[in-house]
Design a protein around this ligand. Structure first.
Ligand SMILES: Nc1ncnc2c1ncn2[C@@H]1O[C@H](COP(=O)(O)OP(=O)(O)OP(=O)(O)O)[C@@H](O)[C@H]1O
Ligand SMILES: [Mg+2]
Length: 337
């Protein structure tokens, strides 16, 4: 069976004006602008099956939002192919919007001056949602997101967290098969983030919605997505399971030690000379080492350190996915440089 979302060689250029110098140059720019093209998304390919929750991540300006805009039909690509459930988003837009929900965390899709409930009623009309489905969805949103509390407030009076919850509800009102989320937790505090994540998990389990999610918060990814696609300068750099990403890069572990006496990193390098351990260049009582679990066990490293040094405290932690992804961005940048 064909995948629900099929993307091939998706490319999008933006035309930018090449600025000339100075005031005179500004005038010339107005009369005879010179252009250059910026490739924001470059030959992106992936397939997504129904029911998947995929994290689409990358640094600022990597091309995430541009991709989402093409997948939702807001932008037409420069070239390439997208088929979602047999529809082409930018061509079959009217029919397509019935099957998808979209949240752009950076700005609301709701009517600023209307009470939340009015926005929902309008959306119900626009999407022709049957009364019984509308009632069921509203109950789910109240149970899981607590939107009942502020239904009669105008959107402009809501806190960011309340507004985001309403945007999520609005996007799902017509019970779409696919939900596109562009930074749905941006600016939220820890509690509000947890509530959004919990809601997304529930809605996936309850209604089997397929989700593509962009975020800079890797906590979102760790809690929601088994699969991640990493994009850098418009190109896909990794597409696979989050767990795979971890093992591919080796489960890195970081050991922090506090010693009773100041030493140099070189002293510690001698202590663990026969082990594959990297000590950071530091002097003093606090030191940090990194190693891969596959190459050496934490117990072994600790044993050597404790044998040869006066340790007052130590802490072993896995290097989190955020750092791993940062390393990938950096490596990708270097390759191109
Ligand atoms: N409307 C536009 N006109 C010109 N250039 C644009 C436009 N929108 C985006 N770009 C450029 O395209 C590139 C990709 O932008 P995009 O918004 O897709 O990145 P992003 O991955 O969503 O970044 P962020 O994490 O900051 O949201 C950037 O270099 C950006 O400056
Ligand atoms: Mg963006």
């Amino acid at each position: 069976m064909a995948p629900l979302i099929h993307v091939r060689d998706l490319t999008r250029d933006y035309r930018l004006i090449k600025k000339r110098e100075g005031v005179a140059g500004g005038f010339v720019d107005l009369l005879r602008p010179r252009y250059r093209d910026l490739r924001a998304v470059d030959s992106v390919c992936f397939d997504i099956e129904a029911g998947e929750m995929v994290g689409y991540i990358g640094a600022n300006g990597a091309g995430k939002s541009t991709t989402i805009k093409m997948l939702t039909g807001i932008l037409t690509p420069t070239s390439g192919k997208v088929s979602v459930g047999g529809l082409v988003p930018w061509r079959d837009r009217l029919q397509y919007t019935r099957h998808i929900g979209v949240v752009f965390g950076q700005r609301t899709q709701l009517w600023w001056d209307l009470a939340v409930i009015e926005s929902f009623r309008l959306l119900r009309k626009i999407y022709e949602v049957p009364e019984n489905i509308y009632a069921e969805q509203m109950k789910v949103f109240d149970d899981l997101l607590g939107v009942g509390e502020f239904l009669h407030q105008p959107v402009r009076k809501l806190s960011l967290g309340q507004r985001m919850r309403c945007d999520l509800a609005a996007a799902l009102l017509h019970r779409p098969r696919i939900l596109f989320l562009d930074e749905p937790t941006i600016g939220l505090d820890v509690v509000a983030k947890e509530s959004v994540r919990g809601f997304l998990r529930e809605i996936r389990d309850l209604q089997g919605v397929t989700v593509i999610l962009t975020t800079h918060d890797l906590g979102d990814i760790e809690q929601l997505c088994r699969r991640v696609i990493i994009i850098d300068k418009g190109e896909v750099h990794f597409d696979g399971e989050l767990e795979d990403l971890r093992t591919r890069l080796g489960r890195r572990v970081r050991l922090t030690v506090d010693l009773r006496e100041a030493v140099t990193a070189d002293d510690l390098r001698k202590v663990t000379a026969d082990l594959p351990v990297t000590w950071r260049d530091r002097e003093g009582k606090n030191h940090v080492a990194e190693f891969r679990r596959a190459e050496v066990s934490g117990a072994e490293v600790i044993r050597q350190v404790v044998n040869d040094c006066q340790v007052s405290d130590l802490h072993l932690a896995e290097v989190d996915i955020e750092e791993i992804v940062r390393d990938i961005y950096r490596a990708a940048g270097k390759e191109k440089a």
